[in-house]
Design a protein. Structure first.
Length: 127
């Protein structure tokens, strides 16, 4: 079985890592392109500084950062509103935002109904 080589808009991961931010912005969708060309906030700049320094245990509240090719292979802990969720960045995530991979809502799973929740259970004795 032959593994398929990853390509983003016809370019391999090595070619993408060599591109500048402006050249990479031409390859992504228009909303993300406008965000990159506008520039980064101070918090995003701090995050990129930690990424460029290859620091371990990076935690961030910046859920709106666009995933760049140089982030591939890193683990970044993204805040979900309650806790930091570790996100392992893979090559298929390029061009998306960090917050897409750290869900803010969980599935609600209710247990069995309690005593008194329906008319038939209100007459049961509590033991």
């Amino acid at each position: 079985m032959v593994l398929k080589e990853f390509k983003f808009r016809g370019k391999t991961l090595d070619e993408l890592k060599k591109l500048s931010t402006e050249e990479f912005a031409k390859l992504i969708r228009s909303r993300e392109r406008r965000t990159l060309m506008r520039g980064m906030t101070e918090e995003q700049k701090k995050l990129m500084k930690n990424i460029n320094a290859n620091k371990k245990n990076i935690e961030t509240h910046c859920r709106d950062v666009i995933i760049l090719p140089k982030m591939v292979g890193m683990t970044i802990k993204v805040h979900s509103g309650k806790e930091f969720v570790p996100v392992i960045i893979q090559d298929e995530m390029i061009g998306h935002r960090l917050g897409e991979f750290s869900l803010t809502r969980r599935k609600v799973s209710h247990n069995a109904p309690g005593i008194g929740s329906t008319k038939s259970t209100s007459s049961l004795s509590v033991k």
